[in-house]
Design a protein around this ligand. Structure first.
Ligand code: SF4
Length: 473
């Protein structure tokens, strides 16, 4: 998926004028508030349940390296194969190589943000393997080649007419219809046909329990369950922060996740898997690969202030209460993760430079922090990113202070110019200056610095004056 975070401001301005999206977004916050509050009431003590969830995530992130080791050991003992991938590229390469080795022509995908982060579908496609999203919303945005509008409902904002035209264009339906049930049924038949001849599936992981090596998936459509039970080869991709200490912890977080996600006490399907199919099992994969992806998370972990972002369990609640998301929707965020969750994660995963607008596009009202069942303090993180940004401004301040002292003294200035002139020419010639993005706000990233004359104007002027004087005498 293309990263378009740098286009945030322009895209947000465009979306502000999108009447349809705004009407939909206007109904989202009250709907979410009602459904989440209703579901939370089913806990005997909702506040204690949230506090417990936050404590579990804080503990899990604090002990992440140990828990990962424990999880990998137990999952291996269950018969799963553990693959560690440092980067998205490594993870993609592994899945492609596995598909080719097994002679697979296409893979089915269960909804998974992390595989979107990796750009897996595009990578497989360019290398000759088709990947079919099997979640209805994901299937629609895959055909549209758009990022998700909302983490829970990736295509929830689309008018039925657009889906009709899309399905017609891709042969999902033969006759035009705007009957939602007929469209859903057509997508179901189209995808079911893929499952019939399926050899390999790729899904995400909602939670992983270190004490047993079990992986958890929640869903409402049953497609992940089909992905995990039908093909012989199953790859479960998990970003490394998904691990929690125990089964009980995972189950408690699932209860919170579903309530904050769709307002359900529990989603329609919950799959808990320990290793591949065992003798006597009715279904399940013959080979289960658990691919644990880092992709910059170890680096995030090293920043003790920023590592709190790893607590996120991707429930999407912060999107639904955010006054900024509530006006512009998910597209302007320009990548997989949108809303406050994206504003927190994208700068860490993509770098502060190209995501600067994201952590400034906030009212700091704290609604995201208050609703978050994982205990992510978004406003504090936004301020942390801004502080880091300001440190580079402070560095610029020091530079200009030194510069001021230099230009105030004629002697110092001439000495520095004599010293730096050949150096600047050399850096310009070998492209070092072009690669310094912070220099003059990236002015030279797309412009060449012409070579400086061998002698300064001042020197040339003096020389000419001397020659003129000599000529007069
Ligand atoms: S940051 Fe919190 S509220 Fe937002 S998606 Fe993650 S867990 Fe949910």
């Amino acid at each position: 998926m293309d990263v378009r975070t740098q286009e945030f401001a322009a895209a947000a301005n465009r979306e502000l004028k999108n009447e349809r999206s705004r009407n939909f977004l206007g109904r989202l916050a009250p709907y979410f508030a009602r459904s989440c509050a209703g579901a939370m009431k089913t806990f005997p003590d909702p506040a204690a349940a949230v506090a417990c969830g936050r404590a579990i995530r804080a503990d899990a992130v604090a002990r992440l390296p140990d828990l990962l080791e424990q999880f990998a050991k137990n999952a291996l003992a269950c018969g799963a194969k553990i693959i560690w991938a440092k980067t998205a590229a490594q993870a993609n390469e592994f899945i492609l190589a596995l598909a080719k080795e097994k002679g697979v022509r296409y893979v089915a995908k269960g909804k998974s943000m992390v595989t979107e982060e990796m750009g897996l579908n595009e990578y497989l496609k360019t290398n000759g393997i088709d990947a079919f999203e099997t979640d209805l919303g994901e299937f629609i945005i895959q055909l549209l080649r758009r990022p998700p509008f909302h983490i829970v409902g990736p295509a929830i904002n689309l008018p039925v007419e657009e889906i009709r035209d899309l399905f017609l264009a891709h042969g999902v339906i033969d006759e035009p219809t705007t009957d939602r049930i007929a469209l859903g049924g057509a997508a179901r038949r189209y995808l079911r046909d893929k499952f019939r001849r399926l050899d390999m599936a790729v899904t995400g992981v909602n939670m992983a329990a270190a004490d047993t090596g079990a992986i958890f998936n929640v869903e409402n459509e049953g497609n992940i369950r089909l992905c995990k039970s039908s093909p012989a080869i199953q790859v479960s991709v998990m970003s490394l922060e998904k691990v929690v200490p125990t089964m009980n912890d995972a189950l408690h977080l699932l209860r919170l996740l579903c309530r904050h996600c769709t307002g359900q006490k529990l989603s329609s399907y919950v799959s808990i898997d320990c290793g591949p199919k065992k003798p006597g099992d009715a279904d399940g994969p013959e080979e289960l690969y658990i691919l644990i992806l880092d992709n910059g998370r170890s680096e995030i972990y090293r920043d003790v202030k920023a590592r709190e972002a790893l607590r996120c369990i991707r429930c999407g609640a912060c999107l639904s209460v955010c006054p900024v998301y509530g006006k512009i929707g998910g597209y302007p965020y320009g990548w997989v993760y949108s809303g406050p969750m994206g504003q927190v994660l994208n700068p860490l995963l993509l770098g502060r430079e190209q995501t600067r607008d994201l952590y400034f596009a906030t009212t700091l009202c704290g609604a995201c922090r208050d609703v978050c069942p994982a205990g992510v303090d978004h406003p504090r993180l936004f301020l942390h990113y801004r502080e880091q940004q300001a440190s580079s401004v402070r560095a610029q301040g020091l530079f200009f202070k030194a510069w001021g002292r230099l230009v105030k003294s004629g002697g110092r200035w001439h000495f520095a110019v004599r010293l730096l002139r050949p150096l600047i020419n050399r850096f310009a010639a070998n492209g070092v200056i072009r690669k310094m993005p912070g220099l003059m706000n990236g002015w030279f990233a797309s412009r060449n610095l012409p070579a400086l004359a061998h002698k300064t104007f001042h020197k040339q002027w003096k020389k000419q004056e001397r020659q003129r004087d000599a000529g007069r005498r």
